[in-house]
Design a protein around this ligand. Structure first.
Ligand code: BYC
Length: 314
């Protein structure tokens, strides 16, 4: 005899799983709000990885040596892989990957603001790897303990790869800093342009973050946006000193009382503009993604035809 569980029982089981710090798995019942939030965050994250291939991909053909080209190619391919694990994780929640892609290219789903800034010199490849991957690691290591199993597990591999990305970038910047004055200036200029947008990656301030409270209660997020932003600043200042660059913030200073670095105000209006689609490269990034999607139509058709043939042959 099988007993049917009521919605209340299912809800209790879900709450209990979260409370005990156990993972929610695809087979488990989840409240609709949890499913929606998870799909929203995972889809935005996947889109960010895929759009994030563009700014650095811009330098593959112009990398200054074969070694730098091989490293950059591997990094950009890693981002594609991250996108794929994440779209697969979203599918376990009932999302359809084609639908998510459609939402991205029609501007109905977001991706990280950081990828709407241009990459003007090769030093930007280093600045992105150091600061953007650095911010990503800071944000994503706690997500390895996120309550949704497939997302948390994807995050473990992603973080390992991001750590390699950050190290190769720091080595690239170190090499440039030991070069000519023109190379050092290039690094400083890249850091000046990427510092503030990197701080925006953590999301709006806690007081304006619509989703944090619920996502923390569901243990999707383990820390607030401001906590992680502070952690990133604290971690990065000594790295900047070791590199020999300055961070473009006159208010940045150690606060012994707080045990943290104080930093100046982030330009939240700029972030809002970029998220609303008005950043320097939003139109270009989406147009490129749309074109790539159209160019790939024949691959999707061929794969579907092959799958049909295989099914018929059985
Ligand atoms: N850009 O309530 P909040 C990478 C949106 S890829 C654009 O705090 P939440 C890499 C937010 O979505 C890096 N939008 O939201 C790749 C929400 O809008 P909706 C990507 C942003 O979700 C290649 C609204 O603002 N990382 O590492 O609680 C090369 C209010 O925000 C941004 C991830 O996706 C932004 N920066 O917290 C190198 C990590 N910030 O949906 C590196 C996973 C906020 O309500 N995601 N918004 O309309 C997260 O951890 C969280 O989603 C966030 C935001 C901390 C980003």
């Amino acid at each position: 005899m099988t007993a049917t569980l009521s919605e209340k029982d299912l809800e209790q089981h879900f709450e209990h799983t979260i409370e005990k710090d156990q993972r929610i798995e695809p087979r488990d019942w989840v409240p609709e709000g949890y499913r929606k939030t998870m799909i929203r965050q995972i889809a935005q994250h996947a889109h960010s990885e895929i759009i994030g291939m563009q700014p650095e991909g811009n330098w593959i053909t112009r990398a200054p040596s074969l070694r730098r080209k091989a490293i950059l190619l591997a990094k950009v391919q890693d981002e594609a892989g991250h996108g794929l694990y994440l779209y697969s994780a979203a599918e376990t929640l009932g999302a359809d990957r084609a639908d998510l892609t459609e939402k991205l290219i029609t501007g109905r789903q977001k991706y990280s603001s950081i990828f709407n800034y241009p990459t003007l010199t090769f030093a930007d490849v280093g600045a992105i790897g150091w600061l953007v991957d650095g911010a990503a690691i800071c944000n994503q290591v706690p997500l390895c303990r996120s309550s949704y199993g497939p997302y948390a597990r994807a995050m473990i591999r992603i973080c390992k790869e991001e750590s390699f990305h950050q190290r190769q970038a720091y080595e690239l910047l170190m090499t440039m800093m030991k070069g000519t004055q023109a190379q050092r200036d290039m690094v400083q200029d890249a850091v000046n342009r990427f510092w503030w947008p990197s701080l925006m990656m953590f999301g709006p301030p806690d007081a304006e973050s619509a989703n944090t409270a619920q996502s923390m209660a569901w243990k999707i997020k383990r820390h607030t946006n401001d906590e992680l932003r502070q952690r990133f600043v604290d971690m990065t200042v000594p790295q900047a000193e070791a590199l020999g660059v300055t961070l473009p913030d006159p208010d940045l200073k150690w606060n012994a009382e707080r045990g943290h670095y104080d930093f100046g105000p982030v330009d939240w209006d700029e972030m809002k503009q970029v998220v609303a689609g008005n950043g320097p490269c939003n139109a270009e990034r989406l147009a490129r993604r749309r074109q790539a999607h159209e160019d790939g139509a024949w691959v999707r058709e061929a794969a579907a035809a092959h799958a049909r043939k295989m099914a018929e042959a059985k």
